[in-house]
Design a protein. Structure first.
Length: 270
């Protein structure tokens, strides 16, 4: 397993400088939130990806993929009955899949809770099918570029759609495309009734990516979650992908969070 971290932790710092900070902390990869490259990701260009590749290469790190893919524009939605919202969501997803592949990324994490939350008047299974249709359209495009959609279960405080790994695997099965698999996140799994090692074991045939963090919104080892059982379960499951750190609270500063996170992960992995 290798270490990566998400670039939005550094806010508006230019991407090349962010990569330098990431490399200095000891990480090998960067996971990119497209809205950090352009406030409207629909406007991203091939030239932007050439710049991204150069920034990462100059710092000696890899672009591992994208996440937060539908956070902007805010009208995007995959389970809505509105066909325009779904069509535009698929269109952006397809574009980002191509750009992700161009940048050398292999994973596109599909979280974006506000862009999938259902309303009470929407029958769940109908919303479920609509969402799968959108993701299938993106997966078909992603597969052409060697990119895998990594569907992310999220906690109940964030969304009411796909709250468990088990339900997300059911979703992936409905999508029914080899470029649609499962992503696991420690903060999100902490909201599930099952122990995290059990979730990892039960999901091993589907898991392609992994986020390290804590329910307190900080990095791994900076809260109550102990990672020894988690790493043991990942090793037992045969997972050999990235351990990508994603935090949501930046009070300590991104450099401190990055340093403390990777030091803890390396200690647990030793």
């Amino acid at each position: 397993m290798r270490y990566a971290i998400c670039n939005e932790h550094w806010g508006q710092l230019p991407f090349a400088q962010t990569c330098e900070r990431i490399a200095a902390a000891g990480f090998e990869g960067v996971e990119i939130a497209p809205f950090t490259l352009h406030e409207d990701p629909r406007q991203l260009t091939d030239a932007d990806m050439i710049s991204v590749v150069k920034g990462a290469k100059d710092a000696g790190i890899e672009v591992i993929g994208f996440h937060w893919i539908l956070s902007r524009p805010t009208f995007l939605h995959i389970t809505s009955p509105d066909a325009v919202q779904r069509r535009e969501s698929a269109k952006l997803g397809q574009k980002l899949a191509r750009l992700c592949g161009m940048a050398g990324g292999k994973i596109m994490v599909w979280g974006s809770p506000k862009a999938r939350t259902t309303l009470p008047e929407w029958p769940y299974e109908e919303a479920f099918a609509r969402g799968a249709e959108v993701v299938r359209a993106v997966a078909e495009e992603a597969g052409k570029y060697g990119v895998t959609i990594a569907m992310e279960p999220l906690g109940r405080t964030e969304t009411n759609f796909l709250n468990t790994a088990e339900e997300t695997i059911r979703f992936c099965k409905l999508v029914d495309h080899p470029a649609c698999k499962l992503h696991l996140d420690v903060k999100a799994m902490s909201d599930e009734p099952k122990p995290i090692p059990q979730i990892i074991e039960e999901s091993k045939d589907w898991t392609v990516h992994f986020h390290t963090n804590d329910p307190n919104l900080l990095g791994p080892g900076m809260g109550e979650v102990k990672y020894e059982p988690i790493i043991a379960a990942l090793r037992k499951s045969g997972y050999s992908g990235w351990l990508s750190t994603e935090v949501f609270k930046y009070d300590l500063g991104p450099d401190v969070i990055a340093q403390r996170s990777i030091e803890y992960l390396k200690k647990v992995m030793a």
